[in-house]
Structure formats: structure tokens, C-alpha cells
Design a protein around this ligand. Sequence first.
Ligand SMILES: [Zn+2]
Length: 229
Amino acid sequence: MSPQSRAPLAVVGLLNIPPAALEHRFVMEALAVAHSRESEDLERVIGTDNTGCCELYGWAPHVAPHADGFGFVYLVCLNDGKTSISVRDTCGEIQEVFAPVGTVIRLDDRLEHWTSDTVARVAAFAGHFPEPCDEAAIAQLKAGIAALAEGAYTGAPRVRDGFRVLLDDECWSAATLDDELETTLLRDATAAGRWIEICSHCRKPAVRPDPKWPYSMALSRCMKHLAGR
Ligand SMILES: [Zn+2]
């Protein structure tokens, strides 16, 4: 392995981002969420679940210096914009890379890092890995971007649960009460005979399931009742 192979910040690939990927509903959702974090006193980065599959995430411009403490993560920006990502390495020196669309960046998120951006960015994400794992990570990113470009719902990368905004054609459903709830298209869940979690007030599909599901369903709410109307 080359001496650069464990670099805490490196450009490790270049992927084609088909325009159709940007039109995917999950990318629109991620962009909206990233924009919504610009003016509020919120964490500017959309969090990730580090599932081992491609996820979507993003950030409002100018993420302040912070460390996450997981390991090596990979990201590739999907939307146009100018971003520089900086890391303070173990010698205290600052390293910087730029993140135009399609450039795959590897970052050791245990080190302090920050961004400077012209716009909110949405990125495909893979991680974390205890050691650099460029090939596997790039394969995950490619598969995720391909699913977005195909317009797939099932299997396409998405922002993590707490950042999702469900539309009217979606619901939280599970194969059985022993399985986990997932966001699904309502028509697919109905066709497959899945459990569809409903609002305890009005029986419409819940956009926010009870946090103690399946042991409690009393706090499951549709959008209207979540808003207290
Ligand atoms: Zn309701």
C-alpha cells in the first residue's frame, strides 16, 4: 500500500452522476432538508445511520469544525455547488479538498473537519469503515446512485429516518409486527398485505410512528395530528 493510502482526506474516485438521479424524490427531500438547516439553530449536517449501504445526506453551507468519531467515510456530492472540505490532521496541519459533483472523497471523521460552501449540498454517503476501503465504498456509492437514476423507491438511498418527510403516497409499514417499520409506498404496502401503521386519532397512515412501536401505537400520528390540528 502506498503511504497515502490512509490519508485522512483524499479524492479517491470520480463517478458519473446522471441528471435523472437529481430528480429522484429522495434527492429533492434531502435538498429541502439541507436548505431548511441554513437559517435555524440546528445541526447543519443531516445525520447518517452508517448502515453499510449507501445513504443520502447533506449539509447547509459552512459546517463548523467538529469530529464525529466513527472512522473512514466516503461521500460524493450530487448537486452543483462549490465546496471545500478541510481536515486538521494528526500533526495539526490543515488539509483541504474540493467537492465538485461526482468526486468521491474519503474522510477520517474522527479528525476535526469542516466545510466552506456556496450552497447546500446533497451527497451520497457510505460508511463508516475502520480502515480505508475504497473499492467496497465506491461500489456502494455506485449502486446507490444507479438506484436513484432508475427512479427506484425500494433500495434507493435516502436521508435517515428522523429527517424524512413522508408524502401522501407513502407510509410506515412492516411485513409483520415482529419486523421493523420501514418507509414504503402506500400502494406497495397495501398490495403486499403489510402492516400499515396508522394515526391513533384518525386512522390515516402515520407519518410518525409511536417511538415504542410495536409495544405502543398510541403516539402514532398522521401529518395533520402531528401538527396538533
Ligand atoms: Zn390523524
